[in-house]
Design a protein. Structure first.
Length: 218
């Protein structure tokens, strides 16, 4: 008897082609952009990414009074959010997202790569207790190999998270393929899928090291 294997449909990969996003991304890529400029642009573009990441939030109908008449309006139906930053560069995306989503809870996950096993090792994780009822927006500016993103999402699922979106500024095709294969239920939102990952793990043409550019550490 043949078994009926149902493969869940892969969540979409969304590339934000809005002119404002593309303009800000190009400014971010430029080597001549200062640390202050890089931070400001990241904050602005993150607000726009948050707009896309919350596109599927459910609404409920409410009866309201305008100054002129009664009407049915729509409000968010109370779905709770959690932004999860993959340390350290993910923190650069939080500020802009929190401008738009001031009531969201924030979690942090820190991972490093074990030099021998090459496996991601967790060194920090702090999440809200009710992560299971929250839509988690996981943020890291660069989806390079996809290994940290997949490992962070593994840990979030183990902690109970059930609804997740991954948001980055730039993605390498390799990172998109790895993350989509590891977590086909997780929608990826990015401002660009660049050409490739180089032999040093940098996205090309990319924008360099996002953490160094955000925090001025180089
Ligand atoms: N992380 C970065 O900061 N930049 C890359 O290009 C790849 C990973």
């Amino acid at each position: 008897m043949s078994e009926n294997v149902i493969t869940p449909p892969s969540a979409p990969v969304v590339v934000l082609d809005h002119p404002l996003v593309q303009h800000k991304l190009t400014r971010l890529r430029q080597a001549s952009t200062s640390t202050a400029g890089f931070r400001r642009l990241t904050r602005e573009i993150s607000l726009l990414m948050a707009y896309e990441a919350t596109r599927d939030l459910p609404l409920e109908t409410v009866e309201i009074e305008t100054p002129l008449e009664h009407m049915e309006g729509r409000l968010l139906s109370g779905k709770k959010l959690c932004l999860v930053s993959i340390l350290r560069a993910g923190n650069g995306i939080l500020d802009g997202m929190l401008d738009l989503l001031p009531a969201a809870r924030v979690g942090h996950i820190g991972l490093f790569r074990d030099p021998e096993s090459l496996e991601p090792v967790e060194y920090y994780m702090k999440l809200p207790e009710d992560i299971d009822v929250r839509v988690c927006i996981v943020v890291d500016p660069m989806l390079a190999t996809g290994h940290s993103a997949a490992a962070a999402i593994d840990r979030l699922k183990t902690a109970g998270a059930r609804q997740l979106v991954f948001v980055c500024l730039l993605a390498a095709p390799e990172g998109v393929a790895f993350l989509s294969a590891a977590h086909p239920d997780v929608k990826i939102i990015t401002c660009s899928i660049d050409r490739e990952l180089d032999e040093h793990g940098y996205i090309r043409p990319g924008l360099g090291d996002a953490g160094d550019r955000l925090f001025g550490t180089k």
